[in-house]
Design a binder for this molecule. Structure first.
Ligand code: AMP
Length: 540
């Protein structure tokens, strides 16, 4: 099948050919004729399948006749994150270059004034994140009564981010009569089905490759590593591998910042991306990463979905994601459009249950990779987990990881004595044990922390909807300190014994000594972080 068979106009065929696309992808072949025909469509497709062109191409043709009125866009696409919205806008520009359609992008972190001016002029296509869109509606600057085509992109991500009530409000603001609705989602969760049943009319269901599949073009490796050795393991892989463009994912925004600073200090070409970074900086960083000015990106899950940068050759999960589906999305940033990619995931002993869930979702074991001197003796596997599986029935991935492991062993043996000295001192049993004990104590607090984090997530989502104002995120600051109020117990007012004082001075001296290497020195409190501490909720 060719694009010409789908009924698209010559202008579009020319723009498609400029992009070098030979034939439609399955989702495009299935969806485009229905969208062109004016039907409502429920598309089950993940990013990387070409779904953006699947709805933008026919939309451009459908909108090519008619004029936009001030403050009344003719079509609306809502996306869960600013990055995705920006990417859809870029697709629109590429495919619509031979048509005279106007477009505006409404995302948080950009001044309202500029956006108001664009909307005032009237736009054919409005691409927006839900919170910012509703802000404009509430301020009376935007009216959705003229929307003829409404697209909800990445509905499952909207659900994850708590945006479904906003999406529902937006759908209800668009008049039902004569409206075409297109819903795209990687999964059909009950809440999404409910929304689709409520707003779509006799939708045509088009479906391609399921979400739980990881691309065959991505070689996956699992590195089981003590928490304090993660940076060292990362540096080892960065230095051994031919790593060009890569994304390194952390679970917490604070860890994104810390790792970013450490990599910068070590001379790597790197940028950082998470939801609390101002939008202009996020855009600038992504542009630099896209055009190759920056080789690496340390990111939270804000970069996990939909980002389409074909040159990404490696993904590192510095932290194993707690949500198995995030694993699929993260590693899907590499191996795009038939290219090959490599994913390394670090797992600590506490990550057993997350690892189990990931391997259950992707239905195969991730090949284990040892890095001598760094990973020895660490097992993230739980009793049920699949090390046994992988030993019994080694996949091709596993075999290639074994070969890689052998290569790393011999390369590591060659490494200089300074490195092995550092490794020895990092592996000292005493601090490790101390940290483990602290980890156990933290487990006792875990349930309370989890409850607190859930509340914080809800607060964050409210903040997101309000454009992220007034954030004071506890999940970034760790568990709250329980104070004593005005009462100070008498024992705390007793003066410190001289011996204890001199001991304290000694340890203070030690603490202030410069770290030998920012990437090998890791804060002990990372070992003690509870799963609740690890939650990240990024603003859209
Ligand atoms: P998406 O799933 O929309 O994020 O698209 C993933 C990637 O596929 C993007 O880089 C598109 O440029 C690319 N793409 C979309 N349609 C085609 C096609 N028909 N042939 C080749 N690449 C395509």
């Amino acid at each position: 099948m060719t694009f010409a068979d789908l009924g698209l106009s010559d202008d579009l065929l020319k723009a498609i050919s400029d992009q070098g696309y030979d034939e439609p992808t399955p989702i495009q072949a299935k969806a485009i004729p229905h969208v062109l025909g004016g039907a409502d469509v429920m598309g089950i497709a993940q990013t990387g399948t070409g779904k953006t062109a699947g709805f933008t191409l026919p939309m451009i043709d459908r909108l090519s006749n008619g004029r936009a009125k001030a403050r009344m866009p003719r079509s609306l696409i809502i996306c869960p994150t600013r990055e995705l919205a920006t990417q859809v806008a870029e697709n629109f520009k590429l495919y619509g270059k031979y048509k005279k359609l106007t477009m505006a992008l409404l995302i948080g972190g950009v001044a309202f004034g500029d956006q108001d001016r664009l909307i005032d002029r009237g736009v054919d296509v409005l691409i927006a994140t839900p919170g910012r869109l509703l802000d404009h509606v509430e301020r009376g600057k935007l009216v959705l009564l003229g929307v003829q085509i409404l697209v909800v992109d990445e509905a499952d991500r909207m659900l994850d981010m708590g945006f479904i009530p906003d999406v529902e409000r937006i759908c209800a603001l668009v008049p039902a009569a004569g409206r075409q609705m297109l819903f795209f989602s990687a999964t059909m969760a009950p809440e999404i089905k409910r929304l689709a049943d409520k707003f779509l009319r006799d939708p045509v269901k088009v479906e391609v490759a399921r979400q739980a599949t990881t691309a065959d073009t991505v070689a996956q490796h699992l590195v089981q590593v003590p928490p304090r050795q993660k940076r060292k393991a990362l540096r080892h892989l960065l230095d051994q591998e031919e790593v060009n463009t890569s994304i390194i994912f952390c679970n917490r925004k604070r860890d994104v910042s810390d790792l970013f600073s450490a990599l910068i200090r070590n001379g790597y070409s790197v940028g950082a991306l998470h939801g609390d970074i101002p939008q202009n900086l996020r855009t600038e960083t992504l542009d630099k990463f896209r055009n190759g000015e920056l080789k690496m990106l340390v990111a939270s899950d804000v970069a996990a979905r939909g980002l389409d940068i074909p040159s990404v050759g490696h993904v590192f999960n510095f932290d194993l994601p707690m949500n198995a589906e995030d694993y699929v999305h993260r590693i899907g940033r590499t191996g795009r459009a038939g290219r090959t990619g490599t994913a390394y995931s670090f797992a600590t002993e506490k990550d057993g249950k997350y690892l189990e869930a990931i391997e259950a979702l992707i239905k195969k074991p991730i090949a284990r990779l040892d890095i001598p001197g760094i990973t020895e003796g660490t097992k993230a596997d739980t009793a049920k987990s699949s090390n046994a599986k992988s030993d019994n029935a080694k996949s091709d991935d596993a075999k290639s990881a074994d070969a890689k492991s052998e290569r790393l062993k011999s390369e590591s043996a060659k490494s200089d004595s300074t490195k092995s000295e550092t490794a020895k001192s990092d592996d000292k049993p005493a601090p490790q044990k101390q940290a483990d004990n602290r980890g156990e104590r933290n487990n006792d607090r875990q349930n309370n922390n989890q409850r607190r984090t859930n509340n914080n997530d809800r607060n964050d989502q409210n903040n997101n909807r309000r454009g992220g104002r007034g954030r004071n995120r506890r999940d970034d600051l760790g568990p709250p300190v329980v104070g004593l109020g005005d009462h100070v117990p008498a024992f705390m007012l007793v003066s410190v014994a001289p011996a204890a004082r001199s001991q304290k001075a000694d340890s203070a001296k030690k603490d202030s000594a410069p770290a030998a290497d920012d990437l090998t020195s890791q804060k002990a409190d990372e070992t003690a972080s509870s799963p609740a501490d690890n939650q990240t909720t990024d603003a859209a």
